[in-house]
Design a binder for this molecule. Structure first.
Ligand SMILES: Cc1cc2nc3c(=O)[nH]c(=O)nc-3n(C[C@H](O)[C@H](O)[C@H](O)COP(=O)(O)OP(=O)(O)OC[C@H]3O[C@@H](n4cnc5c(N)ncnc54)[C@H](O)[C@@H]3O)c2cc1C
Length: 287
């Protein structure tokens, strides 16, 4: 049973910043906060930001790419035509979050600010070199998504700050991306591990750039640069994929009571090739 709590609906970003500076807890969809409150977390008050118009917009521009307001829900992301066309790994990630009800209420801002190492929108954001726009008493600043997470449930946000939006640059012509999540059962499950792949190739099929991400195997979602290097510079072959999988295996440091560390690491080695295959298949479909 929840204890009575104070919920203040804020109308604009100024009110939200001032509320946060004065100790109010930012409240978006509530799907994480209400669980924490059920477990005993107490706040002096909650600042509901879900009615602030700027935070609810999702826009696409041919030059600048995609801008997703912090309060855009996972369902809105999944059904957006530009996300579907250009950022399929984000659709993969958001569609794996909880249930329909959770995706209808839960927001992308809440997902990254909750900063679970298993957050399903985070890996895809790292794949697409996203930046996070933040507002606070001192104005606005931007942080690369990779630097936004500092530990389990920890981010670069100061007390008076909140996330305004997430920006994903325009993708290139010949590329493919995918995000796969391993769960013990089909729904409502935090991922055991997740892998993300993005490959960018030239007209001769040479991989010019790559991103490899892992979630739930470190204190934050991570990029595996050694695995990216293994994919880059030549055609994507069974050998380069296995090399990338080996580097990812070595990097993963899963710490969970739910599975043995070795089993989770083995799953990394199994999932990286599957994710590369899907990313390459998507790239071929688009070219
Ligand atoms: C049954 C269930 C299943 C779930 N399954 C998954 C899953 O499979 N994968 C997954 O990744 N997540 C899962 N979640 C977690 C959750 O749904 C997501 O993290 C969701 O995106 C959180 O968004 P929200 O808007 O509900 O956040 P809230 O609960 O409103 O907030 C979460 C945290 O972020 C802060 N916050 C929110 N918005 C901002 C902002 N703009 N600026 C600063 N701080 C902010 C809040 O203060 C709070 O600390 C699940 C949750 C439930 C209840």
């Amino acid at each position: 049973m929840l204890k009575p709590f104070k919920l203040i609906s804020v109308c604009n970003l100024e009110e939200a910043v001032s509320g946060a500076a004065n100790g109010l807890k930012i409240f978006a969809g509530g799907t994480d906060i209400l669980v924490m409150m059920h477990k005993g977390a107490e706040y002096s008050g909650l600042a509901d930001i879900s009615r602030i118009e700027e935070l609810k917009q999702i826009t696409f521009d041919e030059k600048d790419g995609l801008k997703i307001g912090a309060c855009v829900t996972h369902s809105e992301i999944i059904s957006n035509e530009f996300v579907q066309k250009y950022y399929p790994a984000l659709v993969d990630g958001c569609s794996k979050i909880g249930s329909v009800q959770v995706r209808n209420k839960g927001t992308i801002g809440g997902n990254i600010c909750n900063a679970s190492p298993a957050a399903d929108s985070a890996g895809p954001l790292l794949l697409y070199d996203a930046t996070v726009e933040i507002i606070g008493k001192d104005g606005r600043r931007e942080v690369p998504a990779e630097e936004f997470f500092t530990g389990v449930k920890r981010t670069v946000l100061k007390q008076d700050e909140l996330v305004v939006c997430i920006k994903l640059p325009r993708i290139t012509e010949r590329e493919g991306s995918a995000y796969l999540k391993l769960m013990k059962r089909g729904a409502m499950e935090i991922g055991i591990m997740s892998s993300g792949i993005r490959v960018i190739c030239d007209e001769n099929g040479i991989c010019r750039d790559a991103r490899v991400t892992l979630s739930a195997v470190a204190v934050t979602p991570i990029r595996v640069r050694s695995a990216e290097e293994a994919l880059k510079g030549g055609k994507i072959t069974d050998e380069s994929i296995l090399q990338a999988a080996e580097f990812a295996y070595e990097t993963a440091q899963p710490k969970t009571w739910r599975n043995s560390e070795e089993w989770s690491k083995d799953m990394v080695k199994t999932y990286i090739p599957r994710t590369v295959d899907l990313a390459v298949e998507r790239m071929k479909r688009e070219c």
